[in-house]
Design a protein around this ligand. Sequence first.
Ligand code: ADP
Length: 254
Amino acid sequence: MVLGNRGRNVLDVAATAVELRGVVREYGAKQARVRALDGVSLRFPAGSWTAVMGPSGSGKSTLLHCAAGLERVDAGQVFLAGREITAGTDAELTALRRRHIGFVFQTFNLVGSLTAEQNVALPLRLARMRVSKSDVRAALGSVGLADRVRHRPHELSGGQQQRVALARAMVTRPAVLFADEPTGALDSASARLVLDLLGELVATRGQTVAMVTHDPLAAARAGTVLFLSDGRVVDTADRPTPLAVADRLARLEG
Ligand code: ADP
């Protein structure tokens, strides 16, 4: 039976990039205590693109941060590529995160004093991985910025900065790419370009992507949409139309 169990574990690891089991996350003390995640269990299958939606304060960012190991959970477990990230020391978690997680933020979070290629090389340096100039340039080329490698963030548009951030998140070839409102600060043309790049990563590389968004058009680009309310997953929709997403969100916000 040992062999059988092992076989099943291997299959699970191959099929599931991230799994949350009964995750609880609370903030504040005593009477001011807020339960941001109230027993969340879900899986992000390998190669899937999932959008997370819900009213403001429903726990979307907390969910993403806990799934990515950026925040500790108060109860429950998080597994990344088959390994429990809620066990282990802070140092182990940091090492795991640097190698296996990519994260894109709404406001890009590039280092202002560094060029695009230095920004992209940063995660490789932090993870003590080999920094190959050709890999860094290829990452920038894949987001259409081969001619901007020496530019600093203030010399780039918002859409270009987000594409540098995407190249930076992908350069370590992470198991999962998390994005917290990646198009929230962009005009619609730049937003569409970033969503096209995410779709290409999923379609051609089998990248797993989990993305928080407020935009029904963005959410409808993902394969699955999860709806959160008061720290719980209250609904999921596969390949919904933008209208169906907007309608479900409006009813949650109502
Ligand atoms: P969303 O991303 O859906 O807007 P969040 O995950 O940011 O929601 O927040 C969920 C709940 O947790 C909210 O009630 C919010 O006020 C609270 N919260 C989030 N972060 C903190 C924090 N650092 N300290 C205290 N409360 C927080």
